[in-house]
Design a protein around this ligand. Structure first.
Ligand code: NAD
Length: 555
């Protein structure tokens, strides 16, 4: 045993000592585990030379403190836990960390099994939050490498083609919204392009007064409310982002998307179990409801709320008094001026507007075309799958079909295809028709309301400046998404400055803004109202300062 060994051992013991009695190195009592089946633990990473030194140091410190000490944990440093894990060791009862399952976990979960208890699904919100809190406490002691492997594990679940197809089809069947092909693209996108732990970059400042780090640290338990329009996409994206930042996540899905949301949570839990993660890092309740969402929002152990949905739920989370991220509604306008490549603009607009039957909050919801090119744009859109409705009687029928008496969209028409909607008003078209195009005045409800169906109003403007002003008006301060097709950089810049949206796409379809055919990462929680914008792991973290005074500056 040399000086270095002793120094190292003292450091290790002190790391578990936390300034209080020496029993801090004894595994802390933990709640009863809610863990999946375990396989035999892998061999400890480094056997007992260092642990015997630790024991000696701990014993001496215990004697000095007059406290009896339990034997040192044998597998304290076993991956995926850091050597500060208080739950490792022979007395460990709390987590699966040292014991990845042996691969016998079944990933075949039927629809019936998806809604049963277990694998992260709890009977009550209180149980769900308590389990997530315990999981997060254990997660504090996992290594960054382990975090990365858990995040990668979630990705793996959702890039499996058969599973992608299944959850996408199930979502369409259960919610009655969207189309399977585009949901596959969205789910895959969430799995592949949501950022992971690399998003959490430490800042360092050093000087005569020492070294200071500013690090992204977990919030704790995060309550996440997910929409019916992107149910699994949001669970995938939020799980990756929240876990990458060291949190656990409690999901409150939309009741209409219950089965597929619970299935996603169960699959994540089973995958994480195979990787040795603490059980219940991602949880939900068996019967999602507004009451359960309220219980989650008021639970004292939920430290942050993230609402992805309409204005009502965003307002609700912002009034809880907790740290809240609000990702709310949009009404994205697209401006087309006389300098644009009109053929391309027409194609991009039809593609963006019809993506998942216009469900994405970023999708083109109204076109504002400079009058000089409006007719040509309309004709090009017709060539690319737009059906032009001019007959006032048909427009009236569509209004009656898709609007509620209050003027909002009828839920049973949200996310339906153009073929379906036209059929409902007596017009039969083929599958090549993806958008219903109607020229309307700017006051019409189809222009003002976020319909989330492929009815695309077009408003004429006298010139591009007027078009930009109208786009700002129709975006309605949501700070969400807008598009422009133009080659005039001054006008593009002007619109960007005035409209202040989180996403601003130039010369592309709206989905380029979330990484489909456009550079950059994806997110399905676009937080305009609260300013985080395109959320990523650091949106779900706190910035904490760690100061070493008068030392460690080596410049
Ligand atoms: P929604 O607001 O009806 O529901 C969203 C979630 O909130 C659901 O889980 C629902 O059960 C819950 N909820 C709603 N009102 C609640 C209340 N008063 N108390 C407790 N829980 C409540 O929205 P939706 O129809 O599921 O989704 C579509 C909306 O979400 C659109 O407005 C769309 O623009 C928006 N959205 C925004 C983003 C974004 O990133 N900004 C992403 C997807 C969807």
């Amino acid at each position: 045993m040399n000086d270095t060994d002793i120094n190292d051992a003292v450091s290790r013991v002190l790391a578990g000592f936390s300034g209080a009695p020496v029993q801090a190195i004894v595994p802390a009592p933990t709640a009863a585990p809610i863990a999946p089946a375990r396989a035999p633990a892998p061999a400890p990473a480094s056997p007992t030379a260092s642990s015997s030194i630790d024991e000696t140091v701990a014993r001496i410190m215990a004697e000095m403190a007059g406290t009896k000490v339990a034997p040192a944990a044998e597998n304290l440093a076993t991956a995926p836990f850091s050597d500060h894990c208080p739950t490792g060791g022979t007395d460990c009862t709390g987590c699966t960390g040292c014991e990845p399952s042996d691969g016998l976990v079944s990933f075949s979960i039927s629809d019936e099994e998806a809604v049963t208890l277990g694998d992260g699904v709890f009977a009550t919100m209180d149980e769900a939050v308590e389990a997530a809190a315990e999981a997060q406490r254990q997660y504090l002691f996992c290594t960054m490498q382990a975090r990365k492997s858990f995040v990668d594990g979630i990705r793996e679940v959702f890039v499996d083609e058969a599973f992608l197809e299944r959850i996408s089809r199930m979502t369409v069947e259960h919610t009655g919204m969207g189309n399977v092909g585009d949901k596959i693209i969205k789910n895959r996108l969430a799995a592949q392009k949501t950022p992971g732990i690399e998003d959490l970059k430490t800042e360092a400042v050093s000087g005569d007064d020492g070294l200071t780090l500013v690090e992204y640290s977990a919030f704790g338990v995060i309550g996440a409310i997910t929409p019916t329009t992107n149910p699994t996409e949001t669970i995938i994206c939020n799980s990756i982002g929240m876990l990458a930042a060291g949190n656990s996540a409690v999901f409150s899905p939309h009741p209409r998307a219950k089965v597929v949301s619970l299935l996603a949570v169960k699959m994540i839990n089973r995958k994480l179990a195979t990787l040795g993660a603490p059980a219940n890092l991602v949880v939900t309740v068996q019967a999602p409801s507004i009451d359960n969402t309220n219980a989650m929002m008021t639970h004292p152990k939920v430290r942050m709320l993230v609402a992805t949905g309409g204005p009502s739920i965003v307002k609700t989370v912002l009034s809880t008094g907790k740290k809240a991220i609000g990702a709310g509604a949009g009404n994205p306008p697209v401006v087309v001026d006389e300098t644009a490549d009109i053929e391309k603009a027409a194609k991009d607009i039809v593609n963006g507007c019809s993506f998942d039957n216009n469900l994405p909050c970023i999708a083109e919801k109204e076109v504002i075309a400079v009058k000089e090119i409006a007719d040509f744009l309309i004709s090009q859109m017709q060539k690319n799958g737009a059906y032009l409705v001019k007959d006032p009687a048909v427009i009236k029928k569509l209004e009656e079909l898709v609007l509620t008496p209050k003027g909002g969209p009828q839920t049973n028409c949200v996310g339906k295809s153009a073929v379906y909607l036209l059929d409902k008003v007596g017009i039969t078209v083929g599958p090549e028709i993806r958008v219903i195009l109607i020229e309307l005045p700017k006051e019409h409800l189809f222009v003002r309301e976020e319909l989330m169906m492929p009815i695309l109003p077009l408003v004429r403007a006298d010139h591009v400046d007027q078009a930009i002003d109208l786009a700002v008006e129709l975006e309605n301060g949501n700070r969400h998404t807008a598009m422009i097709h133009s080659t005039n950089v001054r006008k593009m810049t002007k619109m960007a400055k005035l409209i202040q949206t989180t996403i601003f796409v130039k010369n592309g379809p709206s989905y380029a803004g979330i990484g489909v055919g456009g550079e950059g990462y994806t997110t399905f929680t676009i937080a305009g109202p609260t300013g985080e914008g395109l959320t990523s792991p650091k949106s779900f973290a706190r910035r904490r300062k760690c100061v070493m005074a008068e030392a460690l500056n080596v410049r």
